[in-house]
Ligand binder design. Structure first.
Ligand code: PBG
Length: 329
């Protein structure tokens, strides 16, 4: 039956009717807040440094991180995703698996202070290598996949040993999920889940993050390992390979221009899917809101809800604290 018997507006006429038939729900518990932990502040006590390209986001010392964590836990946010900014870097990124490294220290402190708050760690080398690539280099300056995978597995184990609840490899090397799973298992961390950054695209939207984390590649770009934004089928293939290798959750990143990929990965894998609403996507909204071009609260809640509708179970977003506050009101 069509118009005039059918009138789509009938079920939109009141807030109660709209609530009754709403298809998608957004909860604070589905959100993950990325946090930057900076090793350099040497004085004890909280230290925070603002990031020019990410208004409202700060680089935190470990004690500032603990202050933040208290607030985040109180808001009912699902978890935090930690990124480390080490005091020193080298060619192989050895700070990434150092038991006394910035992330390992931060995770131990966090799990002691807020045991209920889920701690996810980003497993990658780019913040720890002096050249800024996500793996180690061969003599010709190309990234050596298999040598990098061994190091990444070591990084993941060091995070699990520190108490990370989930490890999330973001490097886009081939075979790293399988290698991480088997290293975790052989070290006794059989219950530590892997959230694989399965479809991570070589995106212009990571710019503010690289500024924040100091992880801009010193030469070249990441297109030799991150995906071509033109490819959707390949993203599904990447996700299915990660499932075979033992991923517990898969991720699509960035999020806003990739709703089709989120949906396709969800249907193909049947795993929980995370969408990473990345730094550039956050910065765009903040800039437009600051200029008075749009209503920040309405825009953010619309974006996050739309990612849920696209198929994301979990959303990693710098908006998480604001969103959790708005959802509670
Ligand atoms: C590390 C990593 C990056 C992001 C998350 N993990 C940067 C990159 O690949 O250059 C980007 C996150 C964001 O933009 O918010 N490999």
């Amino acid at each position: 039956m069509a118009f005039p018997q059918t009138r789509m507006r009938r079920l939109r006429s009141t807030a109660s009717l709209r609530g009754l038939v709403r298809e998608t729900e957004l909860r604070a518990g589905q959100l993950v807040l990325p946090l930057f932990v900076d090793e350099s502040p040497t004085r004890p006590g909280p230290a925070r440094e603002s990031i020019a390209t990410l208004p409202g986001v700060e680089r935190l010392s470990i004690s500032a991180l603990l202050e933040e964590a208290r607030e985040i836990a109180a808001l009912g946010i699902g978890g935090v995703m930690l990124f480390g900014i080490p005091a020193a870097k080298d060619a192989v990124g050895s700070g990434a698996w150092d038991e006394e490294g910035v992330i390992q220290t931060a995770v131990r402190a966090l799990k002691q202070a807020e045991p209920e708050l889920l701690v996810l760690t980003d497993v990658c080398l780019c913040e720890y290598t002096d050249h800024g690539h996500c793996g180690v280099l061969r003599e010709d300056n190309t990234v050596d996949n298999d040598a990098s995978v061994e190091l990444l597995a070591r990084v993941a184990v060091s995070h699990a040993r520190a108490g990370a609840d989930l490890v999330a490899p973001s490097d886009m090397m081939d075979g790293r999920v399988g290698a991480i799973r088997s290293e975790l298992d052989s070290e006794g961390f059989v219950d530590t889940p892997i959230l694989a950054y399965s479809a991570k695209f070589a995106s212009a939207f990571y710019g503010p993050f690289r500024e924040a984390a100091g992880s801009m590649p010193a030469f070249g770009d990441r297109r030799g390992y991150q995906m071509d934004p033109a490819n959707g089928r390949e993203a599904v293939r990447e996700a299915l390979l990660d499932v075979q290798e033992g991923a517990d959750m898969v991720m699509v990143k960035p999020a806003l221009a990739y709703g089709d990929v989120i949906g396709a990965v969800k249907r193909a894998t049947r795993l929980p899917v995370a969408a990473y609403n990345v730094s550039g996507e956050y910065a765009m909204v903040k800039a437009a809101a600051a200029a008075g071009y749009l209503d920040e609260r309405a825009a953010v809640l619309e974006i996050l809800t739309s990612l849920r509708r696209a198929g994301a179970d979990t959303i990693i977003s710098y908006h998480s604290k604001d969103a959790a506050q708005w959802l509670a009101e």
